[in-house]
Design a protein around this ligand. Structure first.
Ligand code: NDP
Length: 399
């Protein structure tokens, strides 16, 4: 019998809330707390009486004292952070002060620079160990399931993994010329940054979208995909034995890239503040305000996502190749929880990670990336809770 405090009430949080309600045997009480309380109330109204007990609260997650007061009042066993990466450290501070377990889906980001580094959160390791509480970092899909897939491959199929390619394909179509599938600010920061991959012990940097490949994805078909830096590369490069190269590719359609280039060229994707009519604004935040809300894409998005990892390495001296991936249908997700597959594929693993902390399987003092923990119960839970995975021992490789 456990209580979870869910912070944030956006696209991802909505899915996690639905899944906690379905999994009421583990989550018998949840509190949904966010900056805009009406969004929490709307979720409660939709789901009240369908599983666990639900309460709501208003909270500014940038404010540690407010968070501590809320945690002391609700007394959760875990805080599931589904606000934005900017709030990770304040929420971790509040968890430390109240000795409450912590889980998130994205690494901390300072608002003024796009860094994608774990160092700030890894710095909490000793303090979480001393407090006897668990922090799970990046329990979404990527990061998240991609790390669990890596740990699973390492545990069951390889003595050493030498190459990992993470392939993130969204074959969905929302019918808009340009929209982002999750928080536009975070999404555009990610794709407009330089690309980077790990090879032979060092980072190799590329221009944004410089490296392109074409891949034929199961149940989606052929798509253009581009090499990006993605935060799980940092932890996987450290945590997977024998790794020589690790890359991340994401698919983008031509319309998305053309719009993005144009927005970049006119300065709309910048995170440098500018003055507008006597007020300081950040162009990217203004752009977010005029783009479709990702949460509104659910009813209009058709098609599938296919996200997974291709591993190459050795077992008992022999070469082994292994591809493990999940295919998720946007409309099926919408029918089940009222969200498209990008939110779904993130929100379900957040619930699963929290469940494993609560039932003890992933509970140990410290700060962990998901690949550092036993992948087996997570892999089982993916099949049970809506993200079944498939294996291919003879996949087409990415050159
Ligand atoms: P949304 O923008 O839809 O939702 C963010 C929510 O956080 C909103 O409800 C927002 O409130 C709330 N929030 C923002 N700032 C504060 C604050 N200071 N205090 C309290 N609440 C706040 O984002 P998503 O749901 O799309 O994404 C959520 C997280 O998931 C992000 O960190 C994102 O990076 C991560 N993510 C991870 C993925 C993965 O696979 N690992 C994939 C996709 C997303 P308000 O409604 O007032 O704006």
């Amino acid at each position: 019998m456990s209580k979870a405090l869910i912070i944030g009430a956006g696209g991802v949080a909505s899915v996690t809330v639905h899944k906690c309600v379905q999994n009421y045997k583990v989550f018998d009480e949840i509190c949904i707390a966010s900056r805009t309380k009406s969004k929490c109330d709307a979720l409660k109204e939709k789901l009240d009486g369908k599983g666990c007990k639900i309460s709501t609260a208003q909270v500014d997650a940038d404010n540690v004292d407010e968070l501590i007061a809320l945690i002391n009042d609700f007394q959760p066993d875990i805080v599931i952070n589904l606000a934005l990466p900017y709030q990770d450290l304040t929420i971790m501070d509040a968890c430390l002060a109240t000795k409450t377990h912590y889980l998130d889906t994205a690494n901390y980001e300072p608002e003024d620079t796009a860094k994608f580094e774990y160092k700030w959160q890894w710095d909490y390791k000793k303090r979480f160990e001393e407090a006897g509480i668990t922090a799970i970092l990046g329990s979404g899909f990527d990061p998240g399931v991609t790390g669990v897939f890596s740990a699973y491959a390492q545990k069951h199929y390889f003595d050493e993994i030498n190459y990992i390619d993470i392939l993130d394909c969204n074959g969905g179509d929302h019918g808009y010329p340009f929209a982002t599938n999750f928080n536009p600010e975070i999404n555009i920061r990610e794709v407009s940054a330089n690309g980077r991959y790990w090879e032979n012990g060092e980072w190799v940097e590329t221009k944004p979208m410089e490296i392109k490949r074409v891949y034929d994805f199961d149940q989606v078909g052929e798509k253009d995909m581009y090499l990006l830096y993605h935060e799980e590369l940092e932890s996987l490069a450290q945590n997977i034995k024998g790794i020589k190269r690790i890359r991340f590719f994401m698919t983008f359609g031509q319309s998305y890239l053309t719009h993005l280039k144009c927005l970049e060229n006119v300065g709309m994707t910048s995170i440098e503040p500018i003055m507008y009519e006597g007020k300081e604004i950040i162009p990217l935040q203004f752009l977010k305000a005029v783009l479709p809300d990702p949460a509104s894409l659910g009813p209009r998005t058709v098609g599938k996502t296919n996200i997974g990892c291709i591993f190459q390495g050795k077992k008992d001296g022999k070469d082994v190749t292994y591809y493990v991936y999940n295919v998720c249908d946007h409309q099926e997700c919408y029918a089940e929880v009222g969200s498209q597959a990008i939110s779904y594929t993130t929100g379900v693993p957040a619930m699963i990670g929290a469940m494993l902390v609560l039932n003890g399987q992933w509970q140990k003092p410290g700060v962990f990336n998901v690949e550092e923990l036993n992948p087996d119960p997570f892999m089982e839970a993916l099949n049970e809770w809506g993200l079944p995975w498939q294996e291919d021992f003879n996949p087409v490789l990415v050159d």
